[in-house]
Write a protein that binds this ligand. Structure first.
Ligand SMILES: *Cc1c(COP(=O)(O)O)cnc(C)c1O
Length: 373
């Protein structure tokens, strides 16, 4: 909050403020909760900011990347990191890069496996399976072209048999986002029950690997309610049979709490019976509330002494874009909001800046600031 005030004073808003001290503490606690349990990879696509990666790195076993661009970026920031390369639609260039740089390649289709085999170099792969079934109450079911149906994956046997340099290490599955600990453990059990006999049949019995994905729940309505890593860690550890290597690759639940998007009120007005606060910046900096269709949680820091204000009303917070979709939060009760006030949006450390359409309307880019704690 102090940094937000300073930035307002120096005309430095809007800005992202990343609390690296808080991130370090959070990821250290996750690591501790997973002691004796699965390996922990961080999904870089949640937030690939170099300072974020460097802060997370000492507490994770590796980084999951989902494109050639992410791979090169993470390699440059963390030259020694263990990398897993996943994602649908890999190009030949990306496959070649993955063979050179990634410890594991997550294969999404039989055709992709054939293309990888054609490179003719040693490579260690996990096959990504998409188990059908009901995924109720999840934020995002990974239905669609992700991985292979249990029927489709059968075609991999023949390809693997003809290309011994492609070493099958295990199975990868990332089925849904937004699951609480107990539900995620049940989903992992389901994956293991399917994957164990499949790998056995394929002859992959030497320390088989099971990447159980990410998707740990994040509750934007309550920034203080966190995923129960302790329960999850204990129960996941209990699932592993001797010799098996379990691995997870969360993104959002690792970094979301460490980021703030801080900006300032430009205008306050009533339109068609509704109060609006128009803020500097917008969803071209933080598209999260639009994509997730939620209210981004925020705190108002009073600074505005002159100009329009509203007291004790429901206010919709919008940005500077010429579209009705440029909304941070809808009809949220506030005690007071005034022109010049600073608004600090929390939970902006994941899928925020890096998923946004930065150039729409050509407004200035936000600043980036790091609290090292
Ligand atoms: C996006 C993604 C993740 C991370 O998901 P979160 O919801 O951020 O934890 C992990 N694995 C794969 C394959 C993904 O696509």
């Amino acid at each position: 909050m102090r940094r937000a005030e300073e930035l307002a004073g120096s005309g430095g808003l809007p800005a992202f403020v990343y609390d690296l001290g808080a991130l370090r503490e959070h990821v250290a606690a996750i690591r501790k909760a997973l002691t004796g349990g699965p390996e922990l990879f961080y999904a870089a696509k949640a937030n690939p900011d170099a300072e974020i990666l460097k802060t997370v790195a000492p507490y994770v076993d590796g980084i999951e990347v989902a494109s050639g661009g992410e791979l090169k970026h993470v390699r440059a920031v963390l030259p020694k990191a263990r990398l897993a390369f996943g994602g649908p639609g890999k190009t030949d260039e990306e496959l070649a890069l993955a063979v050179r740089e990634a410890e594991r390649v997550h294969v999404e289709s039989p055709h992709e496996l054939s293309r990888l085999a054609r490179i003719g170099r040693d490579v260690d792969v996990l096959l990504r399976v998409n188990l059908a079934g009901e995924r109720k109450g999840v934020a995002l079911a990974m239905s669609g072209p992700f991985g292979m149906d249990p029927e489709a994956i059968e075609a991999c046997h023949e390809i693997l048999a003809g290309a011994p340099w492609v070493r099958l290490r295990g199975i990868h599955a990332h089925l849904a986002s937004g699951l609480e600990a107990e539900a995620l453990v049940r989903q992992s059990e389901e994956i293991l029950q399917w994957a164990r006999p499949w790998l056995e049949k394929t002859g992959c019995t030497q320390n088989p690997e099971f990447n159980l994905g990410g998707g740990m729940a994040v509750d934007y309505t309550d920034p203080h309610r966190r995923f129960d890593w302790t329960t999850y860690g204990r129960q996941i550890a209990a699932l592993a049979q001797p010799g098996e290597i379990l691995r997870i690759e969360p993104g959002r639940a690792v970094t979301v709490y460490a980021g703030w998007y801080v900006t300032q009120v430009l205008d306050v007005k009533k339109a068609h019976g509704q109060w609006y606060a128009v803020l500097r910046g917008g969803t071209h900096h933080i598209r999260t509330p639009v994509t997730k269709n939620h209210n981004q949680p925020f705190t108002v820091l009073p600074r505005g002494e002159q100009g329009p204000a509203v007291n004790g009303a429901e206010v919709t917070l919008v940005g500077q874009l010429c579209t009705p979709k440029d909304v941070f939060a809808r009809q949220v009760p506030v005690d007071r909001i005034a022109v010049g006030d600073v608004v600090a949006f929390s939970m902006a450390g994941a899928y925020a800046w890096n998923i946004s359409h930065h150039d729409f309307l050509m407004h200035p880019k936000p600043g980036f600031h790091y609290l090292s704690g």
